[in-house]
Design a protein around this ligand. Sequence first.
Ligand code: 13P
Length: 271
Amino acid sequence: MIATLAEVLPTRRGALAGLVVLGWEDAAAFVKAAAAEGLPVILQAGPGARAHMPLPVWGAMFRTLAEGAAVPVVAHLDHSRDIGECRAAIEAGFTSVMFDGSRLPLAENIRATAEVVAMAHAQGVSVEGEVGFVGYDAGEASARTTPADARAFAVGTGVDAMAVSVGNVHLQTSARAEIDFDAVRAIEAVTDVPLVLHGGSGIPAEVRRRLALETRVAKFNVGTELRQVFGASLRAGLAAHPERFDRLAIMSEVIAPMQDCARGVMRNLAG
Ligand code: 13P
């Protein structure tokens, strides 16, 4: 069933997985994984996905999968820096949008995010924002989220979920992030808004679980870890069957391994 982020967050036990989707095979695998675990799932179309395939196709795909599922499925736009794109995503059937103003000065981030919140909430759509800046492995450096900024952002925007920077980094290919639990607690002390950690792949599984059970981190975005499984299973399938040329036959190799990986990620976060 289709759901918004605001609907699934309060009903969760532990935290939920926001899984980065790049095509049909992974999207279908993640929904099957959620159904097998009996857990809600957040399907996320990020900037790369949107550059590859038009937004309305993503919206229709996510909604079709959601409508065929017995568990709640959130159709989420990940990392949009464009209010017009958030509006287009809502028109395309997304039930949740992340407006990413994290590169803007705080006051401008608050102003723009609040504008998205007003527009999205009027249509029953959830909004995630980011305060501080979650950096990129071998790329832009992080700017940690301060409690004062987190409070101002939560109060000033009315977001349903707030992505924070507490040692997490996007695109790490091994789990080596060092999460500052004291920083999480300091942010929790000043706001009730559910927290999101991007860069989930870099956070060791046992740390993800501790955060899910002991803090108000409510959503972990996971992408790289799943893409690594995609690449490995695709290569193994091609090596085992060098005669294959049919796309459907080749891609059939990735579905079960991605489903298994997604199940493990979701189960580990569940209370
Ligand atoms: P990883 O690819 O590092 O898991 O991060 C995903 C993410 O945060 C998407 O928004």
